[in-house]
Design a protein around this ligand. Structure first.
Ligand SMILES: [Zn+2]
Length: 719
């Protein structure tokens, strides 16, 4: 469509927006609104371009001669409406009127509890499938969703008006509105299990003592995880669990030794005790796997749990690592289904397991086998992660990373710290809106960043209103490394940058595509542009951190539902923009366009520069064909990645059909996935596992939002 450009120059008039913000008057916004109104009604152009141009000029002159200092948005729209109504452009006038009406209705409906619950009852796909980890058929999920839409409508009204507006418009996304700010809940954390085990803790009415065997320690872990997961809305992580559980495995061995001294010949006592201990370790890790997969939190989802392991080198630690991998390779139940929780993250470190001469190289081989068969473990490269974030640790949830932090005594602390929430910026929209004008892009970006700041500061202020009794497991029983009294201030655990709060971003690919075309990956200017965006985000986050005393971090948003939501809203707003909205989804954070087919090495080389400015959360993946027969190929990529990226996941086809025995990649169809051999798509007799965001999911059992489904269909293998 040809753009209508006003013939008069811009004027210094301030517009008072409905949410209280002041913006300079821009005639282009009125032009865009009229075009959008026409577009929404299926009309590609105004019936008379010359007449429309004439009206735009008239409005502009009227505004120029406006004598007041400020004018409200409503007043401007009323003028436009009446101007159109008295013109020849009857269709455009009707469209514009309808457009204004729809906008008002949509906004009211988002804030109306009744209309949100109505949508839920009418099974609105965007509500039901928002989270791939929830089974929307079961009672407690339905109940949780109902509570969620209610909390969301109420939460929206609590937000600062301009933040609410920006969220509803799709300029930003205020994540997890179904929990926060309605309740002052936090996002994700690393649990301080060591502190809890050592100190003993309380769950409900039960006093729990320090465990005396690995089985008890593992059982307690499962209980703590369930409890923590119900007290926050994001992921729960356990770091270095081989090292954490090793002292308890040692207790098992001591018991078996004592027993052996009574009953076994002296030369066989040590072997006997060790064999028994290995069996205990395996059983404990197997129970933990089953526990986590059978757990349901109060909101009807399997808890988002991540286990980090792999760096311990004593024999207990080695045995625990081997057991975790063996249990995962084995699979769940008699059909040996792939466990999608806990997410496994395996640490790789030079001198520990990287090279054939390292003591744990054999365990790395098992980790590779496990990844080719079950996709997990993802890997963390020790040295690179330390370079990026200042210290080694597993992510909180699927990809949120804490940054190095020392307590008052100078000790490096990771366990017991948390993230307070995420707000994500719709970067592709800014690129579209700037109409190819770079200066306009940076101006808009800065305006939107300012809104994200207000949103994040509000998040922090709101979580500080929690009282320790709201979540005893977190604040009073030690999951966060302290036991606060009921009267203490929860901020004790957040302030001085102990907690992080994150600004997310999405669609760097689409943003650069607007300016440099769809194949910009090898264009240095385009890449510098995308990096400059992240630097701008980071500069702001660093400043806010110093201003407020919380760690504001830049986060590569995975968002299960956002890839769909932002793109859908921009499609409504701007229509089909080729390679941007036309795909039906936005690309995850800084990731390589999934439709292309770079080698894994090329992909890693391209992506490795981004986490430097996005250390609050990131992950890279490579897509492989079936590599079960070729584990060395995967190892080659892992080794190549060691000094380049901090955190890497494997995507490979591991779907299984229990009707015909097929194993490999199920065919994507419009409604889900089916066996390419026999056409089976019954979730009861097949096991389909895809990476929906940082986590794996079972899309056949729990469908994804359509944007994510389209994105998965578009993924190309990198080998
Ligand atoms: Zn089949």
């Amino acid at each position: 469509m040809s753009r209508i450009v006003p013939e008069v120059k811009s004027i210094p008039l301030t517009v008072l927006k409905t949410d209280g913000r002041m913006m300079p008057f821009k005639i282009e916004k009125i032009v865009a609104a009229i075009e959008k109104a026409n577009h929404m009604n299926g009309q590609s152009d105004s019936e008379d371009a010359a007449e429309l141009q004439n009206i735009i000029n008239k409005i502009h002159i009227q505004m120029q001669s406006y004598t007041g200092e400020k004018i409200t948005t409503e007043a401007i729209h009323e003028r436009v409406e009446s101007m159109l109504a008295t013109s020849e452009l009857t269709q455009t006038a009707a469209n514009y009127h309808q457009y204004r009406l729809n906008k008002r209705k949509a906004r009211e409906s988002q804030r109306s509890i009744e209309s949100r619950v109505q949508s839920l009852i009418q099974a609105d796909e965007t509500i039901l499938n928002e989270n791939a980890n929830k089974d929307s058929r079961v009672f407690n999920t339905i109940r949780d969703l109902t509570a969620g839409v209610t909390a969301k409508a109420l939460g929206l009204r609590m937000l600062p008006a301009h933040v609410e507006n920006a969220h509803l418009r799709g300029d930003i996304h205020f994540h997890d509105l179904d929990y926060h700010p309605y309740s002052p809940m936090t996002n994700c954390c690393l649990i301080d299990f060591e502190y809890m085990f050592e100190q003993g803790f309380t769950i409900g009415n039960a006093e729990v003592e320090k465990p005396k065997s690995i089985q008890t320690a593992a059982a307690q872990m499962a209980q703590i995880i369930a409890n923590v997961s119900s007290s926050q809305y994001g992921g729960t992580s356990a770091d270095r669990i081989d090292e954490l559980l090793s002292p308890y495995a040692q207790m098992n061995e001591q018991k078996h030794r004592a027993e052996a001294e009574k009953w076994v010949q002296p030369d066989k006592q040590a072997d006997y005790a060790w064999e028994k201990t290995k069996k205990d370790i395996y059983d404990a890790m197997q129970s933990l796997e089953y526990e986590v997969n059978t757990l349901y939190t109060s909101n009807g989802q399997t808890p988002f749990v991540t286990f980090g392991f792999g760096l311990g080198t004593n024999r207990y630690e080695r045995e625990i690592q081997k057991a975790i991998l063996t249990v995962r390779i084995q699979g769940l139940g008699k059909e040996c289904r792939t466990a999608i929780f806990p997410k496994l993250v395996f640490g790789i470190r030079e001198g520990v397991n990287l090279r054939p001469t390292d003591p744990n190289y054999d365990i790395k081989q098992r980790a590779i086998e496990c990844a080719t068969k079950r996709m997990y473990p993802d890997i963390i490269n020790y040295d690179k992660l330390v370079a990026l974030t200042g210290s080694y640790k597993v992510p909180m949830g699927c990809r949120s990373f804490l940054q190095s932090w020392q307590d008052a005594d100078g000790n490096e602390v990771t366990n017991g710290r948390m993230n307070l929430g995420v707000v994500t910026l719709n970067v592709p929209r800014i690129a579209i809106e700037s109409n190819g004008d770079m200066q306009e892009f940076w101006q808009l970006l800065r305006e939107r960043i300012a809104i994200v700041k207000d949103a994040l500061v509000y998040r922090v202020e709101r979580v500080k209103e929690a009282r320790p009794e709201n979540a005893p497991i977190l604040y009073m029983n030690g999951a966060w490394g302290h036991k606060l009294t009921a009267e203490e201030d929860v901020d004790t655990l957040f302030k001085n940058k102990r907690a992080t709060v994150s600004m997310g971003y999405i669609g760097l690919y689409e943003s650069a595509a607007v300016f440099y075309g769809p194949a910009w990956e090898k264009n240095p200017e385009a890449k510098a542009f995308t990096l400059e965006i992240l630097k701008e985000l980071k500069r702001n986050c660093d400043n806010w951190g110093n201003e407020y005393g919380y760690h504001f971090s830049v986060y590569a948003t995975p968002s299960e539902s956002l890839t769909d939501r932002f793109c859908r809203l921009d499609m409504e707003k701007f229509g089909e923009v080729s390679d941007v909205t036309s795909k039906g989804y936005y690309t995850n954070s800084f990731h390589y366009d999934v439709r292309k087919k770079p080698l894994p090495f090329e992909k890693l080389d391209f992506e490795k520069d981004y986490p430097v400015y996005s250390s609050g959360g990131f992950i890279h993946y490579c897509e492989y064909p079936n590599i079960r027969q070729n584990p060395k190929a995967l190892e080659a990529v892992w080794d190549y990645a060691y000094d380049k990226v901090g955190y890497l996941g494997t995507n490979t086809p591991i779907d299984k059909c229990f009707e015909c025995g097929y194993s490999g990649d199920f065919n994507p169809t419009a409604r889900g996935f089916e066996c390419p051999h026999c056409g089976n798509h019954n979730p009861e007799t097949c096991d389909v596992v895809k990476r929906t965001c940082g986590y794996l999911g079972n899309p056949q059992k729990r469908p994804m939002v359509s944007g994510r489904h389209k994105e998965i269909l578009a993924r190309k293998k990198h080998m």
